[in-house]
Design a protein around this ligand. Structure first.
Ligand SMILES: [Zn+2]
Ligand SMILES: [Zn+2]
Length: 226
């Protein structure tokens, strides 16, 4: 009996090793198809041509987040609660980085306004990552990786300016937010109220109000890069 169980666990271990190896293979595959794509010097396809060639069901809906009509906007989350979501965000970041295009990353866990604008744009409570290119909704990680594997992501990114080669913003280190200078991120501002005149006391009453400068996380937008 023991022997059988031992074998079962050994098998389990073996399977999980395979899965890990498989995951490890994803990125090199992406890179190699990227190189292939560089080699054939054909003209980039339009949104419509790509829609037609991918499948009948694919459609890049004209859904434009604020400021996204001529840009690449990627909604992400840096919450690690759901591992897959976190990794999916990294995958799209990696792909966009490999093309060297500049994109606007909007981390919904940093700023509730980003989450609300994403939900408004798509008309539902969607989970990041979500990629938008030139005012069209491209999709989540599956759609983006799928398009890339077909060599079509590159076409969609045609005309998007290259990202500057300088390092991350000196103001915020690339996070795009800074801790609020008014409340130090506590969300509360302590103010001194004048003590009641009829009460003979030296101690002023301290009261705290919520900070008006920062967002729900006690963060303000970086003034250097925002
Ligand atoms: Zn504040
Ligand atoms: Zn900055």
């Amino acid at each position: 009996m023991k022997g059988v169980r031992g074998m079962f666990f050994a098998k389990l271990k073996f399977i999980s090793t395979i899965t890990t190896v498989k995951q490890g293979l994803v990125l090199p595959t992406i890179i190699s198809s990227d190189i292939k794509n560089e080699e054939n010097g054909r003209a980039p396809l339009s949104f419509e041509e790509i829609e037609k060639s991918v499948s009948d069901s694919v459609e890049f809906e004209e859904k434009c987040p604020p400021g996204g009509s001529d840009a690449v906007i990627l909604y992400t989350t840096s919450l690690r609660g759901i591992r897959k979501t976190f990794e999916d965000c990294n995958t799209i970041r990696f792909l966009l980085g490999s093309f060297g295009v500049s994109y606007d990353e909007r981390d919904v866990s940093m700023h509730m306004e980003f989450r609300e604008e994403l939900w408004r744009t798509l008309g539902g409570r969607v989970i990041p990552p979500r990629l938008f290119i030139k005012g069209r909704h491209i999709g989540g990680v599956e759609e983006v990786v799928g398009l890339h594997e077909q060599g079509k992501l590159k076409d969609l990114l045609n005309g998007i300016p290259k990202s500057p080669t300088v390092g991350p913003c000196k103001g915020c280190g690339g996070i795009r937010f800074r801790v609020c200078f008014l409340c130090n991120g506590s969300r509360r501002v302590v103010s001194e109220k004048e003590a009641d005149s009829d009460r003979d006391t030296d101690t002023d009453t301290l009261s705290s109000t919520s900070c008006v400068e920062c967002n729900e996380n006690g963060l303000v937008k970086c003034q250097v890069c925002f």
